[in-house]
Design a protein around this ligand. Structure first.
Ligand code: 13P
Length: 251
């Protein structure tokens, strides 16, 4: 399976800066056998697309989408609108949205399903909080988040990605030990197997996010069952993210 690396700018870089990042990143020497995407704020999609032109590397990703294709939903952006920019992936259920904006498993599930219908690959973010760890409920929380999302996916053939992002590790400089990430990925993969079958589970991409940088990326992508990474802070500088991509796949 090809490794997938997604840069998540979060709420950084409006249209004035997005094009510069894309142009600088495209000057980086990038491994060919990696899939690379950049998740930009909605308002920066046009600028990022303009700088990319027809180039497909990095693929364009969005950070959220609504579940309806159009209608009276003030402030929301639909999957079909994202398609107009050639968006190929879209994050859903990032913990920052779950925790700060009250996104529920049900909302995340509806978003993931709508993206699949539009032909955009949902990157469904799941992960436990520090409080969940203290209460010994990591597996329970993960299973609940994953099965809620899986219930909405129409089949196992339409692509989807899960991103395991332990909340305590995001932006904290405390990367999750790869062995722990491996266990979490196994929980997610088992849930996929139960919902679909072992073929779908084996081929499903599950990526890790949380304090990933150029120093630790190699450890993650060499861990069984970790199929890539979702990178926040270390993606803001295009040269640092370029180095991270080369380190992930030095071939
Ligand atoms: P950091 O890489 O900054 O820890 O952020 C991870 C993340 O939330 C990516 O979506």
């Amino acid at each position: 399976m090809r490794t997938l690396l997604i840069a998540n700018w979060k709420m950084h870089y409006g249209p004035m800066k997005a094009g510069g990042w894309v142009r600088a990143f495209r000057r980086e020497r990038l491994p060919k056998d990696l899939d690379i995407a950049v998740a930009v704020p909605h308002v920066s999609l046009a600028a990022a697309r303009a700088s990319l032109g027809r180039a497909s590397i990095p693929a364009l990703a969005a950070q959220d989408a609504f579940w309806s294709s159009e209608g009276a939903f003030t402030g929301e952006i639909s999957p079909s609108m994202l398609l107009e920019f050639g968006v190929q992936y879209c994050l859903v259920g990032h913990s920052e949205r779950r925790l700060l904006l009250g996104e529920t498993d049900e909302m995340v599930a509806r978003k993931a399903a709508a993206l699949q219908v539009a032909g955009i690959i949902p990157v469904i973010c799941v992960g436990e909080t520090e409080a969940n760890v203290k209460k010994g409920e990591v597996a329970k929380v993960l299973r609940a988040q994953v099965s809620a999302a899986l219930a909405s996916l129409k089949d196992g053939k339409t692509p989807f990605v899960f991103a395991y992002e332990p909340v305590w590790s995001i932006g904290s400089g405390k990367p999750c030990p790869p062995q722990k990430a491996k266990e979490a990925h196994e929980i997610i993969r088992t849930a996929i197997q139960k919902k679909f079958n072992s073929g779908v589970a084996e081929n499903a991409r599950i990526i890790y996010g949380g304090s990933v940088d150029a120093n630790n990326i190699a450890e993650y992508v060499s861990t069984t069952g970790v199929n890539g990474a979702l990178v926040g802070g270390a993606s803001l500088d295009p040269r640092v993210f370029g180095l991270l991509c080369r380190t992930a796949n030095p071939a």
